[in-house]
Ligand binder design. Structure first.
Ligand code: MLT
Length: 329
């Protein structure tokens, strides 16, 4: 075949591909969408992802399948998505810990939360609650601090893994409250960790409200303080850390939906529209709020709002976490 023919054929193929790509994006999705949750099923990240995914599937006309890819504080699942094809069929629900804290904690993390992901939208922001096993003799924050200082060698706390927000909150707490500490017991999510706290297998944990509130309301664990500026409506009897003498301990863990970098704009717009429709559904926002999540207001649901939140938290938290002296090889 002459060179002229080969060149003409190549141009024709490229023109066809160029024409098909936007069409494929316009038809998105034509098969199920996977949402990777980097922690075990039953934890706050998983619960929120499933609530959102179930409602988004109605708008997208395809099932939204949650896949739990756990380990290393969530970095295994996040890394998996950062390397997935940018076609909209593999998404991530990440949070302040996986996207930001782990960039400060793990020298081995290869992703950059701002560079490698396209924001879709925030599902909810959860304060963290310091909870203890029901059989612990301490019933107030002050009693707990006294007990912890006297028992720090044998006290134990659970988390969703090294670098999870349950772990990061504990690191920050120990760095601010002298004489405290404990033996870290990492799980693959605070879902399974909570089962063991309820069973009295370890002493305390900092957990996101979505996971802790149902157990507090059931009386299976004891809450001591919450990382909000004001008392939290779903658990009004739980004092804030400021009330118990730790004014700077405010933490809100956003859980948000992301796509890999370079996902085509029409696909991002389709996903964002389905996200907005889900968040506008009262059944969804009420369920999230009842579980203890702070549901984003409409102006906080834009893609740009999430992009700016990630950037602001990278700027704020990476130096703080590094200063707390925590790193993971
Ligand atoms: C965390 O501590 O990072 C989360 O609660 C993890 C999870 O959702 O299990």
């Amino acid at each position: 075949m002459s060179k002229r023919w080969v060149a003409a054929l190549a141009v024709g193929v490229m023109a066809t591909v160029a024409a098909v790509a936007p069409a494929a994006a316009q038809m998105f999705p034509t098969r199920p969408v996977t949402v990777v949750v980097p922690f075990a099923a039953g934890g706050p990240t998983d619960v929120m992802a499933r609530i959102l995914g179930q409602r988004m599937s109605r708008t997208l006309g395809q099932s939204v399948v949650v896949e739990n890819v756990t380990g290393a504080g969530g970095t295994i699942g996040v890394t998996r998505v950062s390397r997935s094809p940018a076609d909209g069929y593999t998404l991530l629900v990440g949070h302040l810990g996986t996207q930001v804290a782990n960039m400060a904690l793990y020298r081995t993390v290869t992703y950059d939360a701002d560079r490698d992901f396209e924001p879709i939208g925030t599902i909810g922001t959860n304060p963290q609650i310091l909870v203890v096993r029901r059989t612990l003799e301490a019933t107030t924050y002050a009693d707990f601090i006294t007990w912890l200082r006297a028992n720090r060698e044998r006290a134990s706390f659970g988390s969703a893994g090294v670098g999870s927000m349950a772990h990061v909150a504990a690191i920050l707490f120990f760095s601010q409250v002298t004489g405290t500490g404990g033996q870290h017991i990492p799980y693959r999510g605070t879902g399974p960790a909570m089962n063991d706290l309820v069973a009295g297998q370890f002493d305390f944990m900092f957990d996101q409200s979505v996971n802790a509130v149902p157990q507090i309301q059931a009386g299976t664990i004891k809450p001591l303080a919450i990382t909000t500026a004001r008392r939290f409506a779903v658990v009004p009897d739980v004092p804030t850390f400021a009330e118990v003498g730790l004014p700077v301990f405010e933490l809100g863990v956003w859980n948000s939906l992301f796509a890999p970098r370079n996902t085509p704009q029409p696909v991002l717009e389709r996903l964002h529209a389905a996200y907005l429709e889900a968040m506008a559904d009262e059944a969804v926002s009420k369920r999230l709020a009842d579980l203890g999540a702070d549901v984003p207001t409409p102006d906080q649901r834009t893609r740009e709002a999430l992009r700016q939140r990630v950037r602001a938290d990278m700027e704020r938290w990476i130096p703080i976490i590094r200063a707390a002296g925590a790193t993971v090889e």
